[in-house]
Structure formats: structure tokens, C-alpha cells
Design a protein around this ligand. Sequence first.
Ligand code: PEP
Ligand code: MN
Length: 339
Amino acid sequence: MIVVMKPGCTPADVQHVVDLVRQLGLRDHVIVGTDRTVIAAIGDKRTVDKGAIESAPMVDRVVPILAPYKVASREVKREPSVIRIGPSGAEIGGRKIGVIAGPCSVESEEQILTTARAVRAAGAIGLRGGAFKPRTNPYAFQGLGESGLKLLAAAREQTGLAVVTEVMSIDQVDLVAEYADVLQIGARNMQNFNLLRAVGACEKPVLLKRGMVASLEEFLLAAEYIINAGNPHVILCERGIRTCEEYVRNTLALAVVPAVKRESHLPILVDPSHGTGHAYMVPAMCKAAIAAGADGIIVEVHPDPQHALTDGAQSITHDTFAQTMQELAAVAHAVGRSI
Ligand code: PEP
Ligand code: MN
């Protein structure tokens, strides 16, 4: 970390910080600039409480250099992690782009089975669909619960697709893990640390969605919780963040993709459905995500979006999905990957 001193600090103030740095077991390197003096503290300071230095006289701020996340970071693991999902062991994070598609919520047997067949035929490797839904409005459709999980399992049986579905609370983890191939942690739960630990104690891969006001660092630290609890199979997912914009439901922060690739070995998917809120934007943002280096897409697809019980406005039809998959193949090829 770098300790930035306030203008006008004395040599004694600097020496005091140097002594503190040495007491913490770090090496010091003092750089006297024209208007600022900074002290670089060198060594593994990730376990050091920087607050101790921050409260010293004439210290302006302490800037960490090494990332606080460890097991999720590229510093610790240079090669990208490849996560295998579902009965076929399809890969996410390798050269192939992984596409997970399906409705926002499981609504009925017909809805989920027709969608599963359609997305499978178009080249998806996973089927999404919420059985337990985190709804802002308590009077809105809350999901089918366990019967929805059973319908997802039946769809897997028929298609071989990996089932990706949300787990909202610790008490649901065992039940959801019994049916799902990938446990989804929703944006609203990204910092539910006890839930992160609970899915970290499972063997099933986890799809961790970025919180709607979470920084990249907070996102990776959430992944760190899961990995630290014993589950290294974490797939990140950018799903849009809250901004001042009103023409979109959320702002899809695609720049996080190259940033994650630089900082972490974990694969990252993009969710252009929640990331925009509008079906007409979804195909374009799917292509942009792959062009930006994402390892795949998770997208909402519904047989009849106008009558969807949840998120119809952002759900694309089976036909639009099939068309988008063809276009994605061309984009994937252009960036040295395949679908
Ligand atoms: C979902 O995937 O349906 C969902 C609720 O997503 P998020 O947690 O990103 O809002
Ligand atoms: Mn949704």
C-alpha cells in the first residue's frame, strides 16, 4: 500500500509512519515529491489493518495496491478457471461461449418444456428459470417453489441442459441443490454473506450475480466468500447496475468484463435481460458482451413474453433467441471463440 502524507508534514511525521510500517512487518520506501511525500509499504499487507496507519498524524490516505481478494485473484491463479456444468459437463470459461437461456420464472410444465427444447435446439447449454423469485413487490408472483424445481429437473431429463436456478436463503440451499446444476445467487443477495458461505459449502457450481450497487471489488470479495468456504466453482455474472439512466432498467456495465478478466481467473457471464430491461436491446447486448470477452450469456427467453408472469418486457421470443444465437456464432468466431 501507499501512504500519502498531507502537505506540510514534517520529517518527524514521516519517520513516525515509517516506524509504524516497520512494526507491521513491512518494508518502507519513502518518496519525497514536490508537494507530497508518500511512503510505499512493501510486503504482504493484505492481513494488515490499514486503519492503524490511516489514523497517524499528517496521514492523508492509505491506498492499497494489492487486491484484497486473494483466491479469486489472478495474482494467486494465473490461468483461467473452467467450470463444468450439468449432465454433459459443458464448460464455461474455456474457448467455447456458454449460453444459458430460459424464462425469468418457471410458470408451467408446457412453458418450461417448450422453452427448454427451443433453446436447446438453438445451441444453449443451460436452462434458466426461477422457482424462488426475489420480488420487489410482495404481492407479485413469488415463483412455484419446489414444484418449479421439479419441472426444471424434468426439462433437464428431456434435453440434457444444465439447470440454473436461484437460491434465496440458507434454508433453501439443500432443496435447490437437490434439483439444480448451478445455484444462482441473485443481485439482491450478493452480499448476503451467510448465504455465500452456505453455497460455498456445496459442491454445485454457483452463478454469482453482481449486486446492483456493488463495486468490482465488492463483487470479487463476494466470490471470495464462496471460494473460501470450499467451493471454487464460481461463475460471475454482470447484470447491470443502478445509474441515473431511465431508458434502461439497469445500466449494463460491459467494461467490467475486461476488468474482471484482468483481476480474476473466474469466468464471467453477462445478463443482457436484467441489464437493459428491454427485449429489443437484448440481441445487440448479447453480441456486445461476447465481443467484450465474456465467457457466455444468461438470457431470458419466453414462449409468449406478453403473457409472462415476470419480466416479459425484457424476455425475447424463441425465434429471436434462435436468430441471436446465429449472430453470436459469428461474433464468437471474430474474437477467436466458438459457441
Ligand atoms: C433473475 O435472474 O431472474 C433475477 C432475479 O436476477 P437479478 O438477481 O440479477 O435481479
Ligand atoms: Mn428476471
